[in-house]
Write a protein that binds this ligand. Structure first.
Ligand code: GLN
Length: 503
């Protein structure tokens, strides 16, 4: 018997239609995904914010090596999001992928908490695979809460993006501060605790998700017969850990991996595209344009975990607006703080512009993202004009650069997540989200190379030498970002055509 129309729907048996017909601004499921992702990002950014500093001060790596190593680690992290998205689409579904990824991240953090020096690469390898299964799939699930064409989708991603940054802010500051002043074991231990909270939060959200995120074969006749594929995925993803450990510790293996994975995914996508009609193919092509440009964006932006973290350690005085703060903590946290503060404002600005029919389209927003990026790197460069004779410069100006870069990020990153879910046909959503993050992998990889290229070649370089060397690099990045932004705005008409009715 059907429930009377006025009765509240039973949370355990919500249909997709009921979920997607929510009233108000946000679906309630979004809040659960928000908190789960928030804690995951706490753990992830907590660890990321520690990496380069830990490698230089505890593993005694040289700065250029640490930069490359950092880039490699992050490249693998994001490259595995493609794998995680693919296996979620084809085998596990989004929910199981999330649980599995979360569990692997907890194990990785525990390994590091036990002995971060000895088990450094083992812990990192677990985290790489774990993030691969977790990160893209939770984002795709956000998209699944909305009907096609629902204009509230961007706002949902924007809120979700704030959650990401609340986690990144807390984790980014707490872990490095804990490690620097107490113990690195504790810092990594904290990431394990927090990641457990993330998984438990997601577990709690499941009953509200109806059919969203269930395995693609659930309820089909071959479900039982294909069960082995689930197990093969679990076993395979653990078996890959020792291999990854070796690969991530040797930069030339990372090079080979990066040379191979991009072309392979493109071939794969080309093959998938043959299954669709011209309209879908054009949309996927448009998605690729966004993906390619985002590689450049992240390559510059991600200096934050590499060269900018060393710049913070070597060249910054320790106060913002007169308040004493740890420069590395600021480097890890300022961007997130600004995202949280300004993301709602930017959302309102887009709405106000839309009312006057002046809202820029997605492609132009991406272009604006690059212009802000250019401005930010110019400010990073300009820190050199505020330096004293010891090569120490203003943390205020440095923080201002983060304010500018944040506007760039907000024009590109949450919108990128949303547009991936709009431009991809349903069976390819996980893969396309994975490709979006794969672009971040290339970005991270290039970020490491760029960062290493900016280090001062002199063996006993002074703080001033380092300042000059890094800021010269930032000036070049500003110029390239400007060129990319102008190019993107110039081709925006063509890309809009590929996107069809998608806005
Ligand atoms: N800061 C965002 C996040 O962690 C985007 C990262 C990225 O795509 N490189 O989700």
């Amino acid at each position: 018997m059907n429930a009377p129309a006025s009765a509240p729907p039973n949370a355990d048996s919500l249909s997709l239609e009921q979920i997607q017909s929510f009233e108000g601004r946000y679906p309630r499921q979004l809040w659960w995904l928000f908190f789960s992702e928030m804690w995951e990002r706490f753990s992830f950014y907590g660890m990321r914010g520690v990496l380069t500093y830990f490698m230089v001060t505890q593993l005694m790596m040289k700065e250029d090596v640490a930069n490359l190593q950092y880039g490699a680690t992050q490249a693998f992290v994001y490259a595995f999001t493609f794998v995680g998205g693919l296996f979620a689409d084809k085998i596990l579904g989004f929910r199981r992928s999330l649980f599995w990824g979360g569990a692997l991240m907890v194990v990785g953090s525990l390994v590091l908490a036990v002995d971060p020096k000895q088990f450094f690469f083992l812990g990192i390898a677990f985290n790489i695979v774990g993030t691969g299964f977790f990160k893209p799939n939770i984002s795709t699930m956000v998209g699944a809460l909305y009907k096609e064409g629902d204009s509230r989708r961007d706002a949902g991603f924007s809120l979700f993006y704030s959650g990401i940054n609340v986690g990144a802010l807390l984790g980014g500051y707490a872990c490095v501060a804990l490690g620097k002043s107490y113990s690195w074991n504790l810092a990594f231990g904290l990431t394990a605790v927090v990641m457990t909270i993330s998984v438990l939060t997601f577990a709690r959200s499941q009953r509200l998700l109806g059919p969203i995120g269930l395995p693609p074969r659930q309820g089909q006749s071959d479900e039982a017969k294909k069960k082995w594929q689930d197990w093969a995925t679990y076993v395979g993803s653990v078996a890959v850990v020792p291999l990854l450990m070796i690969m991530v510790s040797k930069p030339q293996f990372t090079d080979w991996f990066m040379y191979a994975i991009g072309p392979l995914t493109l071939v794969y996508l080309g093959w998938e595209m043959t299954k669709y009609g011209p309209a879908e193919r054009k949309k996927l092509l448009a998605a690729l344009v966004f993906i390619v440009f985002s590689i450049v964006f992240w390559a510059f932006f991600e200096q934050s975990g590499g060269s900018l973290s060393l710049f913070a350690a070597n060249n910054l005085r320790g106060t913002v607006l007169g308040i004493p703060l740890d420069p590395n903590g600021v480097n890890n946290a300022a961007n997130s703080l600004f995202v949280i503060a300004f993301s709602p404002l930017l959302g309102l600005a887009w709405v106000a512009l839309a009312k006057k029919k002046l809202e820029p389209n997605t492609v132009v927003k991406f272009g604006l993202g690059f212009l802000f990026l250019a401005g930010a790197f110019w400010v990073f460069y300009a820190t050199r004009f505020f330096a004293d004779a010891d090569g120490q410069t203003s943390l205020d100006v440095f923080t201002l650069a983060y304010l500018v870069i944040t506007f760039g990020e907000l024009c590109l990153s949450p919108i990128g997540l949303s547009i991936m879910t709009k431009l991809s046909p349903k069976p390819l959503q996980g893969v396309m989200m994975g490709m979006w993050f794969l672009a971040s992998a290339y970005g991270q990889y290039v970020a490491g190379i760029l960062g290493a290229g900016m280090t001062s070649p002199a063996e006993n370089a002074t703080a001033t030498d380092k300042l000059i060397s890094y800021t010269a690099g930032y000036r070049q990045l500003a110029l390239y970002a400007l060129v990319a932004g102008v190019a993107l705005i110039a081709i925006s008409g063509g890309v809009r055509k590929l996107m069809g009715e998608v806005k």
